[in-house]
Design a protein around this ligand. Sequence first.
Ligand code: AMP
Length: 500
Amino acid sequence: MHTDTVTSYFLSFSRNSSEEPSPKSNHFGLSIYRHFGDINQAGKRMELMFAKPEVETPSGLKASAVSTRAFKGSSFKAILPKLYTSPFETIFCPDTKQSMYCQILFGLIQRDEVVMIGSIFASTVVRSIKFLENNWKELCSNIKTGQISEWITDSGCRNAASLILKPNLELADLIEDVCSCKSWEGIIRKLWPKTKYIGTVCTGAMLQYTAELEFYCGGLPLVSGFYACSEGAIGINLEPLCKPSDVSYTFLPNMVYYEFLSIKEDCDTDSQNQVQLNAMSHHEDTGPVDLVNVKLGQCYEVLVTSSMGLYRYRVGDIIKVTGFNNNTPQFQFVGRQNVALGVDMERTSEADILKAVAEAKALLDPLGLILTEYTSYGDTSSTPGHYVIFWEIKPKEGNNNNNDGKELDPKVMEECCSKMEDSLHFTYRMYRKENMIAALEIRVVKQGTFESLLDYFVSKGASLSQYKAPICIKSKEALNILDSRVIAKFFSPRTPIQDN
Ligand code: AMP
C-alpha cells in the first residue's frame, strides 16, 4: 500500500528504495487506513510536488533535494499515473510556475477522482490555492477549449496535457461557478468533493498556515503525517486526526542513528497547548544521550549519524519528549535552535515569535481580516534596535487583491504591536522597559509579497517542495523585497506589560 508523498519521502532514506512498501512495514499507512479506508482503491491524490534539477558537486558527485530523490524512485514513477493526478513531467518541469499551473489543471480535470490533497509542507498547499484564486479563469478557459495556454512552453507539460486535456464545457462551467462565489471558505471541499483529508506538515513553522488552510478546506482534517529532514526521516504521526497544535511524532529508530543533546531550561506549554522553547534555553553540559535514554518532558536537540556520512550532525531542531508508543519515544516539534532575533543581549527563538504572532493576530479576526504570512527582522540600523514584523493580511470575504492598507484600523494595528510585545519573553519586556529595545513595528506588505519572496528564494536555489517562509529574515535582498512592498507601518504605543 502506498500512502502519499510521505511514503516516498521515507523510502528515499531506506535501503530498498525501489521496492514497494507493504502495509505491515508502514505504520503511518496503517493509521491512515484505520481512519480513511484504502485511499488507493478510493481514488487519486492531488499532491503538489516539485523536483529540483540535480547539481554536481566540485568532486563530481550528484546532489539533489531529498524530495527530488523520492520523486525519482522507480516505484514512485510506476505508481504515479494510477495514484496521483500530477504527471511525472509536471513534477520535473524546471519552471515552477508552469509546473504549478499544470498540476492544478490536472487536479481540476480529475476532480471526481481526488480523495486526498496535499504537499510536503502546508505553505505549498496554501500557495497553490492562492495560485488558483489568481488563475481560475484561465484554467477554466483551457478546460473549455481543451487547449493549454500558450505560455506553457515546457514540452513535457504540453505533452502531458495533450494526453489528458479535452474540451469539457460542463466541467469548466461548474468550476467557474464554484470559483466565482464571493467567499472562498471551504473551496477545497467544493472543488474536490470526494477529498477525505489534507495531507501536509502543519507543525512547527507550518502552524502559521493552518488558519488559512482550515478556512479553505471547510472542515476537512489536516493530517500532519511525518517529521523528516534531508538528514533523515525522524518520526511519524500515529494519530492522523490529532489537531496540528497537538501532534506528537513517534520516532523511527531504524532510519538513521539518533542521539540527543539535552536542553537545560525546560519547555513551557502555551495557551494553545504548543510547546514553547524558553528563550534562554541552552545545552546541558552532559554529552549526547541515546534514544532509549530520553526522558519524558525533556527538550533535546537532535543529532544524526547516518550511513550517508553524517556523524553526530546537528540538525538544528529542538524537540520535546511527550510520551511513548510501547517503548518508542514520541515528541513534539518545538522549533529551530538557531533561528533567533536579537537586537541587544536578549535572544528570541522562532517559537517565541510564533507565539507572539498567534496572540496578536487574534485581534484581526473581528475585523474580518486574516494574517496570511509573516516574517521578522531585527533592525539595528538605529539605536536602540527594534523588532520589525512583516505581515501580509487579506480580508476573509471576497478576493480583494488590491489591498492598499487604507482599511486597516491604526488603533487595532498598534494594539497588535503591543500584544506581540506583551507575549514576548521576560528579557525582551525588561529590555523594552529600560529602553534597550525600541518599540516593535509591524510593516504591512501588499498581497503577493510572500509569493515574490518565495520566487526570490527559489531563484537562489531553494526547492519549492521543501520551501518554508523564513520566520526571521537575514538576507539583505530578501529584506529589500519586503521593504519595497510595504503599504503601512505601525508601532507599539506603550511598553509591554511586565507581570506575565
Ligand atoms: P529539509 O532539510 O529542507 O527537508 O527541511 C527539514 C526541516 O523542516 C526540519 O529540520 C524541520 O526544521 C522542518 N520540518 C520537517 N518536518 C517537520 C514537521 N513535521 N514539523 C515541523 N517542522 C518540520
